[in-house]
Ligand binder design. Structure first.
Ligand SMILES: [Zn+2]
Length: 262
């Protein structure tokens, strides 16, 4: 009997030790702030485009094109110039890594846009050099140590040579708020505006300066309510984004009438 008690005590002890080990591992692995990999400061952005070849730039012919970046997806494959971001896996919540949630939303977004005659491209963390599209949108989910923190936000680069970023962002803000019912989080960080994929003057793997570029934090994966919707209803989240994108592209006369399915 005494022997059995001792055995039970040992099992209990190793259980506690395992639990402690696992929680430390999780804490190290997860980044609850969800801070995406951006950091370019406003002062670093040139005032004029250093690329004279872009002065007489004209939009390439062809149907409306949207590049959808799945935030943090395959970040381990980032090129050497972005080596420091290879470990950037984003936030997590509800048993999902941020990139997994971003991936499901992005796939739904592709379906909705293609149905409306829009050409789409799914992009990983690595953006092709001088990437051009009518709109480049990077899909992310946010994270906070405070589980009550909620809401979505959309940011444009510090300086936008396409001059159309805020117009596109406004369209999506309206549709996204209406369809998801998520509140708008006004706290756009300077880091969002300095997202690495916007930094064409610095990195080869970044958008073309004439690409209208956006980054959306679709909601907080650390907020129980938003987490549920982000994970279980990616098509609803995608619809919130798609409707705004379609309205924007239509306002730019980039959609033919039969493309637009109301
Ligand atoms: Zn992110």
């Amino acid at each position: 009997m005494k022997h059995n008690k001792y055995k039970l005590f040992l099992i209990l002890l190793s259980g506690i030790a395992l639990f402690l080990l696992y929680s430390t591992h999780l804490n190290n692995k997860l980044n609850p702030t969800g801070a995406p990999p951006y950091s370019e400061a406003e002062e670093e952005v040139p005032d004029t485009t250093p690329f004279s070849k872009f002065v007489n730039w004209k939009r390439p012919d062809g149907p409306a094109k949207v590049g959808i970046q799945i935030g943090h997806w395959k970040s381990n494959e980032l090129p050497d110039e972005l080596e420091k971001l290879r470990s950037s896996t984003g936030t997590s919540g509800g048993g999902k890594y941020e990139w997994e949630v971003n991936l499901e939303i992005s796939k739904e977004l592709v379906k909705l846009l293609e149905t409306n005659g829009i050409t789409t491209e799914l992009l990983p963390a690595t953006v092709p050099p001088e990437y051009w599209a009518d709109v480049f949108i990077s899909i992310h989910a946010d994270g906070s140590l405070n589980r009550l923190t909620n809401g979505f936000k959309i940011a444009t680069p510090w300086r936008d040579w396409s001059l159309k970023g805020s117009k596109a962002a406004d369209f999506i803000e309206i549709s996204y708020g209406k369809i998801t019912n998520f509140p708008k989080d006004p706290k756009i960080t300077r880091n969002m505006k300095g997202y690495y994929a916007f930094s064409w003057w610095k990195y080869e793997h970044a958008v073309h300066p004439m690409t209208t570029s956006l980054i959306i934090e679709t909601g907080f994966l650390t907020n129980p309510y938003e987490q549920r919707i982000l994970i279980n209803k990616p098509e609803l989240i995608a619809r919130g984004i798609a409707e705004g994108l379609i309205n924007y592209l239509d306002s730019e006369n980039l959609l033919t009438k039969q493309d637009v399915q109301q």
